[in-house]
Design a protein around this ligand. Structure first.
Ligand code: MG
Length: 309
């Protein structure tokens, strides 16, 4: 019987348990949970090991493997370099950065931005306060985004709204594949706007192994642009990635406001219990089909919202 073994961080295992909430079976001794899907039997252990066994374990494992870069079959040395590791000089050179927002939020779209920053603009962007958006409040993110846009940097912003997201998901696209295609597309648009020779390379805020990213876009007949690099937490190393994360985040916030207005209730960010509650209200007032335009319906929140009714 084919099987795949991965080691996941605890947070992902908790997410998995939620995700498979409807398909749980009794777990063997020492296991955190066991679930059965059409593809595989999934068993998670306290050590972080997760076993996928059955007809098509790779298909089941893939959706998780794509959503984290920490998945590993054997421990990797932090110092390990590949052709996708950015050269040390990249962050201080003219380069493109890309990042996305909204992937872990039940409500709202995925927004993805790519930005080209010239070497001479790096200092100014730093002065404007451009840095890792995770350390900034929503209000300052919006302010800084306005300042960035005034500089007229070549950038591209893509919004994958919920209807389309759910359609792709039902067609079998993992979220990892959607993200890979969004990054690729946004970067392509920026490259069309600039003289590619002016850029020392492109840095993608890494969300999956580069080989997985390549496979996703290859499935849609795309290939990596020259000098594409990947790095986790890239927004703290690269001002271009930080700018992209701010633009993507600002767009996500705006989209959430518009969606909330349309829904007539404030749609919370994230995927917590508050989210289940809001989804439940939305189903009550508008019907379940309506969720399609507001939420990433394959998240466990949908089931929890229905259970609340
Ligand atoms: Mg990111």
């Amino acid at each position: 019987m084919p099987q795949n073994v991965y080691v996941f961080p605890e947070a992902i295992i908790q997410q998995m348990k939620q995700y498979y909430a409807g398909q749980l079976q009794s777990a063997p001794a020492g296991a955190l949970f066991r679930a059965k899907t059409a593809n595989a039997v999934i068993t998670a252990y306290k050590s972080g090991k997760v076993l996928f066994q059955g007809k098509n374990p790779a298909a089941e494992a893939e959706q998780w493997a794509d959503n984290t870069s920490e998945v590993q079959t054997k421990p990797k040395k932090a110092s390990e370099k590949s052709v996708y590791t950015p050269p040390d000089t990249l962050p201080a050179s003219s380069h493109i950065g890309s990042d996305e927002a909204g992937t872990g939020d039940y409500f709202g779209p995925i927004t993805t931005a790519a930005v080209f920053v010239k070497k001479e603009q790096i200092e100014l962007l730093k002065e404007l306060g451009v840095r890792d958006s995770k350390n900034l409040s929503d209000a300052s993110i919006r302010q800084i985004a306005q300042d960035i846009l005034k500089l007229e940097l070549p950038y591209s912003l893509l919004v994958l709204r919920n209807d389309k997201y759910n359609q792709l998901q039902k067609r079998g696209w993992s979220q990892g594949k959607m993200k890979a295609m969004l990054h690729h597309q946004a970067i392509s648009y920026v490259l069309e706007k600039i003289n590619a020779a002016d850029s020392e390379g492109t840095l993608i805020d890494q969300f999956c192994e580069p080989s997985v990213f390549k496979r996703h876009i290859a499935a849609e007949n795309k290939q990596l642009h020259d000098k594409t690099y990947f790095m986790t937490k890239a927004e703290s190393a690269s001002i271009a990635v930080a700018a992209a994360s701010i633009i993507a985040r600002t767009s996500f916030l705006k989209e959430m406001e518009q969606l909330s207005q349309r829904a007539g209730i404030t749609l919370p960010k994230g995927a917590s219990g508050k989210v289940d509650q809001a989804a439940s209200r939305l189903i009550k007032s508008h019907g379940q089909a309506h969720l399609n335009s507001y939420a990433k319906t394959h998240f466990a929140n949908t089931k929890k919202a229905l259970d609340r009714l």
